[in-house]
Design a protein around this ligand. Structure first.
Ligand SMILES: CC(C)(COP(=O)(O)OP(=O)(O)OC[C@H]1O[C@@H](n2cnc3c(N)ncnc32)[C@H](O)[C@@H]1OP(=O)(O)O)[C@@H](O)C(=O)NCCC(=O)NCCS
Length: 223
């Protein structure tokens, strides 16, 4: 699924269910030494997907550690993103010379739990959701996932927090696309300030998957 959402030059690997061959490198083990079995499994599967994606691009498949803000730290020359939810796990990786950052996210395709929408959306986004006659998707969850992808694409560039109220997301259901306009100053990418992200989404097989690829030289949007 994730592959369909990302442009050429990005490698993506996804798995559903357990991956019996997934394994951590010794340097990665410390990060989840004391974690629950479920957390160890998802961390291991994510690293394994990421390493297969790195190998597909002939990038060094070195350890992917965890930074102080829980961000994955990619081997030199690579950018990437990881997501896991329920029985699904995916990683996307690209050469740093070609892409400035990636953000991917997966959620179970269901409506958001009560009270969550108010915390993660702007009033104008809620107006849009209310106006949707097209009930073929839980658009609240698509919106949420798009914002999670925005955060994952934003963080490696800005190195600081971005709140749910700091980006306005417009979903375009017909195109399976979204546009996220930053409401706070963005980092500089390719010599220009980043003002927005463009991403794509897919609703299939019980999941919502969203993805953003920010080109290395393109500062006014993704892909
Ligand atoms: C970090 C966050 C986006 C993760 O999303 P999630 O839906 O909870 O969980 P997912 O399984 O999809 O993603 C987890 C992965 O995100 C990645 N991640 C965590 N922190 C990250 C960061 N600061 N930057 C980039 N990626 C990060 C990690 O790879 C993690 O997996 P790992 O620990 O196994 O390596 C989320 O927990 C969060 O903090 N959101 C609040 C900020 C936000 O979304 N703002 C909206 C801006 S419009």
């Amino acid at each position: 699924m994730i592959r369909e959402l990302l442009p050429d030059g990005v490698a993506a690997v996804e798995v559903r269910g357990d991956d019996p061959e997934a394994a951590l490198l010794p340097e990665e083990k410390a990060a989840v030494e004391r974690a629950s079995p479920k957390r160890r499994r998802e961390f291991t599967t994510g690293r394994s997907c990421a390493r297969r994606a790195l190998a597909a691009l002939e990038l060094p498949p070195g350890p992917i550690l965890r930074g102080p803000d829980r961000e994955p730290t990619w081997p030199p020359g690579a950018v990437g993103s990881i997501t896991h939810c329920h029985d699904y796990c995916a990683a996307a990786v690209a050469p740093a010379g070609q892409y400035a950052s990636l953000g991917i996210d997966a959620e179970v395709h269901d409506e958001l739990p009560e009270g969550v929408l108010e915390r993660i959306s702007l009033p104008e986004e809620r107006d849009w959701l209310q106006a949707q006659a097209n009930g073929e998707a839980h658009w609240d969850t698509v919106l949420f996932s798009a914002k999670e992808s925005v955060f994952k694409a934003w963080f490696p560039l800005a190195r600081h927090w971005l709140g749910f109220e700091d980006a306005h997301v417009d979903l375009a259901p017909e195109e399976g696309a979204f546009h996220a306009r930053l409401l706070v100053p963005g980092p500089t990418v390719g010599g220009r300030p980043l003002q927005s992200f463009d991403g794509r989404f897919l609703v299939r097989d019980g999941l919502v998957v969203t993805a953003i690829a920010v080109g290395a030289a393109k500062a006014d949007g993704g892909q």
